[in-house]
Each structure stands twice: as C-alpha cells, then as structure tokens.
Write a protein that binds this ligand. Structure first.
Ligand SMILES: C[S@@+](CC[C@H](N)C(=O)[O-])C[C@H]1O[C@@H](n2cnc3c(N)ncnc32)[C@H](O)[C@@H]1O
Length: 178
C-alpha cells in the first residue's frame, strides 16, 4: 500500500488538475481518426471529453448508470454502454484501442479488467493517479481496497505485450507499445 503524505495539502493536489488535463490530452493524441475506441469506467467523462474532436468511434462504458446518463447528455455523439468492465459485452478485437483514466485503481479485480481489455483490443492505455494524489482521492472517496501500484499494472500489461510507462508527478500513463 502507498503511504499517505499528510504534508501535501489538498488544494495543492487540486492545483495539479492541470497535470490531469495534460495527461488526458496526451492520451487523446495517441488515438487516430477512424479508430474504434472503448473508454472504460467513463464516469464523469473527463477523458472522453478529450476525444470528441477526433473522428473516432468512441464507446463509453461504466457500470454506474448515474454519471453515464449525465455524461451522455453532455456528449450525445458518443455511444454509451452500462456494463461491468470485468466482463465486457463485446466480441474479441472489437476495438482498436481501450483507454482508461483513473479506473484500475478503483476496481478491486483490476486484472480482470486488463484481461478483458486485451481480449477486445490489442492496444490498451491507462492513466492512473499515484502517490499522494491517489491516496488522497481514495480517502475522500472512501475506497478501501488495496489499489494496485503502477509497477503491478505494468507487470500485468507486460503479459500481453511490450509496455511503456510515462510517469508524471501525480499521474502515470501505462500503455502497450504497438
Ligand atoms: C474515478 S471514476 C473514472 C473517471 C473517468 N474515467 C473520467 O474520465 O472522468 C471511476 C469509475 O469507475 C467505475 N467503475 C468501478 N468499477 C467498475 C467496473 N467493474 N466496471 C465498470 N466501471 C466501473 C465507477 O462507476 C466510476 O465511474
């Protein structure tokens, strides 16, 4: 488990929302026009908002219908599915890319999500908060399970192919290299 760093006040973490926006833009930059993209655990849609200018076919999936309905109202051109990311309702290799932001750290059975992602696509990219940002978020959202460390996620990705990691101060992007 990560240790909480009480020396970092929450407003400082909020200040790093810019780091989040930069990371999400970076993800969007990896998506090519015409690609079929699955955004797992869409929630409030911070990541997919960065994809709307792409000429891509974007499917948003979350198992919580509430935030998904709200996001759908704001982004009516995208496609929305209520489902469990651990058991995706899609055929093998249905997508060119699976992307996620702040998803795996919230899902106890995250390895099942990675396995399902690599079943429906050959490429996956996840951006996860880490360090104090992550621990603080978990405390605030009362999420109690032992969320994975970046190195564990990387190791799991590597069982599916070459993997690269770009670490920022609060956010790490883990993605397949192909
Ligand atoms: C921090 S939010 C994700 C933020 C979002 N990716 C964005 O860009 O705004 C975490 C989301 O994970 C979703 N979630 C948790 N477990 C899930 C599962 N097994 N399948 C699908 N979604 C799940 C929650 O409903 C929640 O919306």
């Amino acid at each position: 488990m990560l240790q909480e760093d009480n020396n970092i006040p929450f407003f400082e973490l909020l200040g790093n929302l810019q780091a989040r926006e930069d990371a999400l833009k970076k993800i969007a930059g990896k998506i090519n026009d015409k690609e079929r993209v699955l955004d797992l655990a869409t929630g409030s849609g911070y990541l997919v908002r960065n994809l709307i200018d792409k000429d891509a076919f974007v499917v948003c999936l979350d198992m919580d219908v509430g935030p998904l309905i709200k996001t759908k109202k704001e982004l009516p051109d995208l496609h929305f599915v209520v489902a469990d990311a651990r058991n995706l309702p899609f055929k093998n290799t249905s997508f060119d890319y699976v992307v996620t932001w702040s998803a795996l750290v919230h899902i106890e059975d995250w390895k099942d999500v990675v396995r399902e992602s690599f079943r429906v696509s050959n490429k996956m990219l996840t951006a996860e908060p880490h360090g104090a940002y992550c621990v603080r978020a978990f405390r605030d959202f009362r999420c109690m399970h032992n969320h994975p460390e970046v190195k564990e996620i990387k190791k799991e990705f590597e069982t599916y192919g070459r993997t690269s990691v770009e670490s920022g101060e609060f956010i790490t992007i883990i993605s397949t290299e192909n």
